[in-house]
Design a protein around this ligand. Structure first.
Ligand code: CMC
Length: 427
């Protein structure tokens, strides 16, 4: 028998098995706790709770490690492509050359959207936030692709996963085009996944669009860095929505809604807005003081992470990518200097040192995306596009698990106890 943890409640002792993963902290299996003790555990924000078993992504927040199916994020960002990482996340192994070609071809065959969806966009205001459009359009996909929503059929799950990964760049580019008032661009499957997305976003029918290889590479790397991140808020949302048997398009729309928040995917937009507000390095001390002031809600956006208590490995790759994009586009942005200086000052300040607050993936991504030409409102959309592969991989993993149950947390009730209804004229 493996390790057990003993819990004393009243006069009785209970033993709970300790489960071991391949790496990382052990977990205490408390599934029988309520039945045996009549008590729940209390863990708001799930800071000490493993909500599921997963073989996809591993994070060691203290060491700054991020692995997808065992492969370090730095190696994947350096040597692979987003399509390769997508295959890896979905299938568990890196593809052979022919497997990758087949996968890319399959994805490219699903890049077009049902033509009726174009009219769907026209129901939104032109100034709608593109994340609002993403929530609506992705949620609506189930109405257009109902032939792949039988979640008990592995073939349906595969097709809907491919559809989601393939259509997300088209949907995101159309959200951009709608805001700027330019015609929607159809996909061009001669291009790579990422090249195609850049053309659909920045190309216009009147002119030939040339994909700049360095920008394509940087964008692809940004997608890799955002592909999956274990049981974060939006992924847990997708799993929770999916646990009721909801169709995959609805589940991913739920993930997009969760990602939108400024503490999660919305942080890249907030980080660049913050850097713009700070402006020049001489203003940094004022903002550092504000971030430290308990009475001021201001936080350094792009700093801190629930899991990383050491440098976010994705931030290091991002910082390097800023220079590559600046060189390729022959641009410079004084905000990069401000960001580097802010990082240096914060990392030497006892407040940030003691709380282990380091730059996260979003601290530098906004600078790159802005140099490429994206407005801040599109930043979280790009995160959603990339994270879709993680969401569908996690969703598939959950649905394929025969022991899967509907997610149903309990609570510590602190409201009034039972009382009698008082008629309106006596209140
Ligand atoms: N600036 C100033 N103080 C901070 C910050 C920050 N960015 N982040 C955390 N703290 C302080 C916080 O005030 C608290 O102090 P105290 O213990 O004195 O009350 C302490 O650090 C712990 O913070 P917490 O909010 O309890 O930690 P958390 O693990 O719940 O939150 C976080 C993690 C990412 C929500 C938070 O660090 C944050 O709000 N950061 C800014 C938003 C951001 O950049 N989010 C992107 C995360 S990475 C991309 C993604 O995964 O979506």
């Amino acid at each position: 028998m493996g390790d057990q943890i003993k819990l004393s409640a009243g006069n009785a002792d209970f033993e709970y098995p300790v489960l071991k993963g391949s790496v990382g902290p052990d977990v205490i299996d408390i599934r029988k706790l309520y039945a045996q003790t009549g008590k729940f555990t209390f863990d708001p924000g799930f800071t000490s709770t493993a909500s599921c078993e997963s073989a996809l992504t591993y994070i060691d927040g203290d060491e700054g490690v991020l692995l997808h199916r065992g492969y370090p994020i730095g190696q994947l960002a350096e040597h692979s492509s987003f399509m390769e990482v997508s295959y890896l996340l979905l299938n568990g192994e890196l593809p052979s050359k022919s497997e990758l070609e087949k996968f890319e071809l399959t994805i490219s065959r699903h890049t077009m959207l049902h033509e009726q969806l174009a009219t769907f966009y026209r129901g939104f205001r032109r100034d709608a936030h593109p994340m609002a459009i993403m929530c609506g359009v992705v949620g609506a996909l189930s109405a257009f692709y109902h032939d792949s929503t039988d979640i008990s059929d592995p073939e349906h799950r595969k097709i809907s996963s491919h559809r989601l990964i393939a259509k997300m760049p088209t949907i995101a580019a159309m959200a951009f085009k709608y805001a700027v008032g330019q015609p929607f661009m159809y996909p061009d499957n001669k291009l790579s996944y990422t090249g195609n997305f850049l053309r659909m976003t920045f190309g216009v029918p009147a002119e030939e669009y040339e994909v700049v290889p360095a920008v394509e590479k940087a964008m692809d790397r940004i997608f890799i860095l955002h592909a999956d991140h274990e049981q974060n808020a939006s992924t847990s949302t997708v799993r929770l929505a999916g646990s009721s048997g909801a169709n995959p398009f609805a589940c991913i729309a739920a993930g997009i809604a969760c990602l939108w928040g400024p503490a999660h995917g919305g942080a890249n937009e907030a980080a660049l807005n913050m850097l713009r507000e700070i402006g020049t390095p001489d203003k940094i001390p004022h903002y550092i003081e504000r971030a430290k002031d308990k009475n001021d809600p201001f936080r350094l956006m792009g700093f801190g992470h629930r899991v990383y208590k050491n440098y976010d490995p994705r931030a290091a790759v991002m910082q390097k990518t800023v220079r590559e994009v600046f060189d390729a586009l022959k641009v410079d942005d004084p905000l990069f200097e401000t960001a580097l200086r802010l990082e240096e000052i914060a990392l030497n300040d006892p407040y940030f040192v003691e709380k282990k607050l380091f730059p996260n993936v979003d601290f530098y991504s906004g600078i790159i995306l802005s140099a490429i030409g994206f407005p801040t409102t599109m930043f979280t959309v790009l995160f959603a596009l990339a994270r879709t592969v993680g969401w569908v991989a996690q969703w598939n993993e959950m649905i394929s698990d025969p022991g899967q149950k509907i997610g149903r947390p309990r609570q510590l009730y602190t409201g009034p106890t039972q009382r009698d209804y008082v008629p309106l004229d006596r209140r």
